[in-house]
Design a protein around this ligand. Structure first.
Ligand SMILES: NC(=O)c1ccc[n+]([C@@H]2O[C@H](COP(=O)([O-])OP(=O)(O)OC[C@H]3O[C@@H](n4cnc5c(N)ncnc54)[C@H](OP(=O)(O)O)[C@@H]3O)[C@@H](O)[C@H]2O)c1
Length: 252
């Protein structure tokens, strides 16, 4: 078995997942980078991480999900941390009820909920006691906001999956979620509306999140062995914003 701890980070060819992969690698992890379509970007990032490797796979596909975990084990001999970061959405205003199709529901729940479930089931079998699963959720999972209703519902489901799994797989494996507010990434570029930016500007910390803000909390969860079943919000205090608040200067 390799001495270095091994982390599998789904959806790590860009944005938050890339920052998590780089942060864990900097902490000494051997990181398995994954994406469904952006193979070149994933391979490039993996090549930049000491001992890193890349596996293409769609987390929503049952066979791919199992293969991702098996490949991590075959290549690196162990699996210590699984970060279910891969996520998808299609921005649809919540008032546009006809703008959401059944296909949208199936695709978003498939990637954001069924995917983490499948990866987690495979990972629990692969991990030694002390293993950790971190699900990347969203403030849309706890507040009535998010880029679409299916997206927000999928993150609420992911939060509950986190709690239920934590009970089911303790004490050997811990399961936590990290719930970012708006973060500047390729995904948010399509949905980070002026209104979201204005809302972020009303938060106590007065800015939108960065991928590194989320990665720092994932690393903190790695290093805090008595936390399980928690949904940790990384949102600059967006939960505290009310309709009484005035915008502050963005970008502080
Ligand atoms: N950005 C925000 O404001 C924000 C806020 C709250 C929560 N989040 C959550 O944070 C996570 C990362 O978001 P991001 O903003 O960093 O997005 P991003 O920059 O678009 O990155 C998404 C990553 O997931 C991969 N991916 C997408 N579908 C996949 C699938 N089916 N299987 C495997 N990989 C897949 C993408 O690669 P390919 O497309 O090539 O597969 C990419 O590597 C998501 O779960 C998202 O819901 C983001």
């Amino acid at each position: 078995m390799s001495a270095a701890r091994v982390a599998l980070v789904t959806g790590s060819s860009s944005g938050i997942g890339e920052a998590i992969a780089r942060t864990l690698a900097a902490d000494g992890f051997t990181v398995v980078v994954n994406s469904a379509t952006s193979v070149e970007a994933g391979e490039r990032i993996a090549a930049e991480l000491p001992g890193g490797s890349y596996v293409r796979g769609d987390v929503a596909d049952p066979a791919d999900a199992v293969r991702l975990v098996e490949t991590a084990l075959e290549r690196h001999g162990r699996l210590d941390v699984l970060v279910n970061n891969a996520g998808t959405s299609t921005p649809v205003p919540h008032t546009d009820l006809d703008g959401v199709s059944a296909e949208d529901w199936h695709r978003i729940l498939g990637v954001n909920v069924v995917g983490p479930w499948q990866l987690s089931v495979a990972a629990v079998k692969a991990m030694e006691p002390g293993g950790l699963i971190v699900n990347i959720s969203s403030v849309g999972g706890t507040r009535a906001l998010g880029s679409s209703i299916p997206y927000a519902v999928s993150k609420a489901a992911l939060n509950h999956l986190t709690r239920l799994l934590a009970k089911a797989v303790g004490p050997d494996i811990r399961v936590n979620a990290v719930a970012p507010g708006p973060v500047e990434t390729p995904m948010s570029a399509g949905s980070l509306t002026d209104r979201a930016a204005r809302t972020a500007s009303m938060t106590p910390l007065g800015r939108i999140g960065r991928p590194s803000d989320v990665a720092a909390v994932v690393l903190a969860l790695v290093n805090t062995p008595f936390i399980t079943g928690e949904v940790v919000h990384v949102d600059g205090g967006i939960n505290l914003v009310t309709h009484m608040d005035a915008p502050r200067e963005v970008g502080r």
